[in-house]
Design a protein around this ligand. Structure first.
Ligand code: SF4
Length: 442
């Protein structure tokens, strides 16, 4: 494959000219860029949108302003600054890479592609970005967005991600990259991929390379890149246990350093219950006190979908010899102070919200109920006859009813509905198997 000098010059002129007028120049990692800051931002940007990374980059770089600072910090103290970004292996590799670089090079970072490719977690495109954006050298960037741009411009019909597809794109990316304007050229490739040649609704009318774009000429823009044959995504069902201590703390255990969510804190799970138990409700009733079905939550990983069935429990025997802690889930709007994956953060936030609704209404912290919750015979009956635990259970149930049915608590119809529910609860305040819960088929 060869690209004539004339084609290359024409290509470079057009894209650099577009960059002058429209390219992004105010992203935080573009301000006084260094190989370190570019490496951090590029690692965060893998599989993640710029808008998401913006929320994490500043916080991370303020805490770890230098490579040395990152290298000497235990990875456990780094993970909270990554929590929520997903793909946590990236954080582990970034940390391992920092350690490797400081040990091997000290303060002076490498300046060749080959040396950067030896750093843990640094692939060809990231190394190219570090050279181009961090050092203003010639560096070739071929992230997912640039792949789409080139695949369309060239009219590549090979399936996306296949070795042939990547071979063609790397060859053209090499051939088209100039020896000058390393930083601007690297940035414009990323900008055109992210801002103009987008997956949906590409803006071909304002694209600087539209005049010789093969996909546009052939009317197949929407068909490129050709997707790979889709694989059936495996499902993993797990029962997650929200075990509380009755004082606003919940039990979290730390995952091992490998596999899914390495080193992060998650809820304990019942992984293989189907082998031994027909129905987890029976099992949990035996093991812990009064399991309450909380709902389901699905989370998509790159290679499988996690289907979490959530149970709330007031106690549990023992989680065994694992790294665990009791976490206070009181602040709705605060980032968790420990590293938790986003589904756990979401549930902690919901638990905090439930607690806040409860506290705001009754002006009390858990475990509450030292006086009738409201005047009149019903309030007195609750105070005298209903256990605190049962009353709290009703409050949780009421909150769930409000949230799940999107009820407006100010409306009289809602008040009537909740009063009816409360009467039913008072008539039979023992715990029932929840109505919405259908035992899964084994
Ligand atoms: S003309 Fe359209 S399809 Fe072709 S590279 Fe530009 S934005 Fe992409």
């Amino acid at each position: 494959m060869s690209v004539s000098e004339a084609i290359k010059v024409h290509w470079v002129q057009r894209v650099l000219d577009w960059y002058d007028h429209h390219g992004r120049k105010d992203l935080p990692w573009q301000q006084q860029p260094t190989p370190y800051s570019v490496w951090v931002s590029e690692t965060m940007l893998q599989q993640t949108q710029v808008s998401t990374v913006l929320r994490y980059y500043q916080r991370f770089i303020q805490r770890f302003p230098t490579l040395g600072e990152l290298a000497v910090t235990p990875v456990d103290d780094v993970l909270p600054y990554w929590a929520g970004l997903g793909y946590y292996r990236r954080a582990h590799l970034l940390h391992a890479g920092a350690y490797y670089l400081v040990r091997k090079y000290g303060d002076v970072l490498p300046s060749t592609l080959q040396d950067w490719l030896e750093v843990p977690g640094v692939g060809r495109s990231t190394a190219g970005a570090i050279l181009a954006l961090g050092m203003n050298q010639r560096g070739i960037i071929l992230d997912g967005n640039v792949q789409r741009l080139l695949a369309r411009w060239l009219g590549v019909m090979e399936p996306k991600g296949s070795s042939k597809f990547l071979k063609i794109l790397w060859q053209y990316a090499e051939a088209l990259t100039p020896d000058h304007h390393g930083r601007e050229y690297g940035q414009v490739m990323m900008d055109l991929g992210a801002m103009i040649c987008t997956t949906r609704q590409p803006r071909c009318d304002v694209c600087p390379i539209k005049e010789d774009c093969q996909a546009l000429e052939q009317g197949i823009v929407a068909d490129l890149p050709v997707p790979r044959a889709s694989k059936q995504v495996a499902q993993r069902r797990r029962h997650a246990l929200l075990i509380s201590d009755g004082e606003g703390q919940i039990l979290l255990i730390r995952r091992p350093g490998q596999g899914v969510w390495p080193g992060l804190y998650v809820f304990p799970e019942l992984p293989e219950w189907t082998e031994h138990h027909e129905d987890p409700w029976d099992y949990l009733s035996y093991q812990g006190s009064r399991p309450r079905f909380q709902g389901r939550l699905q989370h998509r990983f790159s290679h499988f979908q996690l289907d979490w069935i959530l149970w709330q429990l007031d106690s549990w025997g023992s989680v065994g010899d694992v790294d665990s802690l009791w976490y206070a889930y009181t602040q709705v709007n605060q980032q968790p102070s420990i590293a938790v994956p986003s589904p756990v953060a979401k549930i902690l936030k919901e638990l905090a919200l439930t607690r806040q609704v409860f506290c705001r209404k009754y002006q009390k912290e858990l475990p509450g109920l030292v006086m009738p919750p409201f005047p009149g015979t019903r309030g007195q009956k609750i105070f005298e006859q209903v256990s605190q635990q049962a009353w709290q259970e009703w409050l949780r149930h009421q909150t769930m009813l409000i949230n799940e049915n999107h009820l407006n608590v100010m409306e009289s119809s809602t008040q009537t509905f909740l009063t009816e529910q409360l009467e039913k609860f008072l008539d039979n305040s023992d715990y029932e198997r929840p109505k919405g819960y259908v035992p899964p088929k084994s």
